[in-house]
Design a protein around this ligand. Structure first.
Ligand code: SF4
Length: 301
């Protein structure tokens, strides 16, 4: 795709997500979680464009957590952030060693790793006065998560574009929910972002890999399958599912029998994203490790 067309397509999708879900407002201070992968570079790039285009101004604060994976080097990312001139923090906490020690042999590290990471990121947001945390999950992540939950955990759920934390102190936003992974990859190549490999930890979720492969195989035969799945996530027929608590027909009976249950018009209680929510014990575990070295803007504290 021509670079100009590619950029405008990604930006259109980000603006649309912003309009549909009210992600960024004037006066916000948004912590952009930079993993160093292509998606996070694309997220920062897109949010800076949105920042320039919106009349209501908001602030961007870039944040990278170095989790101590072997071979991890945040310097190229730091150079990029310096060149952009965005305020940033690079924090080092060796969660990798703890995750390796806590994970049973033969199991993947991802569950513990991401729980530690999320808890540390939320703390960083509070420390830096950010009321929102922007994550780089894109359309394909939403679709894969939806299938993973349906196939392996018996739930119909994906990743929300916007969610408040339990105490309401900050919101998680996902401005790339309408963006295709392939386009973000193309953007990263075209912009020559210094993308870090995401396999340093040597741990990969087998089920997610299988779902990715399945989607690739199906997309080769039915090219619009991902577009249709994204549309499906925004087009739920409550009467055609088996969940009593959301079905308006059965829900009425259930609500009468159980007055404290959710009615159809009531909002669900807000919580940390279900895909990543640490339990209370996990959150306190995650908050427990003291940083071995902490750097702000690359300078040791
Ligand atoms: S792939 Fe590696 S860095 Fe990513 S969540 Fe899993 S263990 Fe953590």
């Amino acid at each position: 795709m021509h670079p100009r067309k590619l950029e405008s397509r990604i930006l259109q999708n980000v603006h649309k997500a912003n309009r549909d879900f009210g992600l960024v407002q004037g006066g916000d201070r948004v912590l952009v979680a930079m993993s160093g992968g292509k998606d996070s570079y694309g997220l920062l790039w897109a949010l800076q464009k949105v920042q320039a285009a919106l009349p209501d101004k908001f602030e961007i604060f870039a944040y990278h957590l170095d989790q101590g994976q072997p071979g991890h080097d945040p310097k190229p990312l730091e150079s990029h952030l310096r060149e952009l001139g965005v305020p940033y923090e690079i924090e080092y906490q060796d969660t990798y060693s703890r995750v390796v020690a806590m994970t049973e042999p033969g199991k993947v590290y991802c569950a513990w790793c991401s729980r530690f990471r999320r808890a540390i990121i939320y703390k960083a947001a509070r420390r830096n006065g950010c009321n929102k945390v922007a994550l780089g999950h894109h359309r394909d992540d939403l679709i894969e998560t939806f299938l993973l939950n349906a196939f392996f955990s018996g739930q119909l759920k994906s990743m929300p574009p916007r969610l408040k934390s339990d105490d309401g102190s900050e919101q998680v936003i996902r401005p790339l929910v309408y963006c295709a992974e392939a386009e973000l990859r193309e953007l990263a190549e075209h912009k020559k972002f210094a993308v870090m490999p995401c396999t340093l930890c040597g741990s990969q979720d087998k089920e997610r890999k299988a779902v990715k492969r399945l989607l690739e195989e199906l997309s080769a035969k039915y090219p619009r399958i991902r577009t249709s799945m994204l549309a499906a996530l925004a087009n739920v027929r409550k009467t055609h599912l088996l969940d009593n608590s959301i079905n308006p027909l059965f829900g009425a009976t259930l609500a009468a029998a159980l007055p404290s249950s959710l009615g159809d018009d009531e909002e669900e209680p807000l919580a940390f994203p279900a895909d990543s929510a640490p339990t209370a014990a996990e959150a306190s575990d995650a908050a427990a490790p003291e940083p071995l070295v902490t750097t702000i803007g690359g300078r040791p504290l």
